[in-house]
Design a protein around this ligand. Structure first.
Ligand code: HEC
Length: 138
């Protein structure tokens, strides 16, 4: 019998390794997005929710391990863009932080940032999704 050049278990280990690292890469947010998101956060959010995201008890909710932050992109974007979390409130048309109207890219970056700092971990929020929620994807 001919010996295989590379043993099968080495091949399997290598494939597993590649698969695992691909998956990790998907979750890793590019540094420029995090930097941009941090800038927007400091300007538009940290005054209330605090620089470390911990909020102020009874006034501003903590954004750490927060259901709205970590939940669906759709719901989180609606909170920031329309200040609502329920579909029937969508026409209220109030910005969540009206003193700081944000561009679509800024919204995507800041939400991606808060989903991935202060110990939070969740997938990125995309400009595409922000536009879709606003009804700008025509
Ligand atoms: C002027 C103060 C203020 C600013 C600025 C502000 N927030 Fe808030 N935020 C609040 C208050 C008060 C609440 C709780 C009431 C509510 O849900 O609207 C809240 C709630 C939230 C919630 C929902 C939390 C939950 O438990 O459901 C999220 C998410 C959020 N803010 C994110 C942000 C982000 C991101 C920014 C910056 C783009 C921001 N906020 C800017 C005051 C602020």
């Amino acid at each position: 019998m001919r010996r295989r050049l590379i043993p099968m278990n080495v091949v399997i280990a290598a494939l597993l390794f590649i698969l695992l690292s691909l998956d990790l890469d998907k979750m890793k947010i590019p540094a420029p997005v995090m930097q941009s998101g941090k800038k927007v956060y400091e300007r538009a959010c940290s005054g209330c929710h605090q620089p470390g995201g911990e909020g102020i008890s009874g006034l501003y909710p903590s954004l750490i391990d927060n259901e709205t932050i970590l939940g669906s992109q759709n719901r989180l974007i609606k909170k920031i863009v329309f200040n609502v979390t329920k579909p029937e409130e969508i026409h209220a048309g109030k910005l969540h932080s009206p003193a700081y109207p944000l561009g679509n890219q800024e919204i995507a970056d800041v939400l991606t940032y808060v989903r991935n700092c202060f110990g939070n971990k969740a997938g990125p929020v995309t400009v595409r999704e922000v536009k879709r929620v606003k009804g700008e994807n025509k």
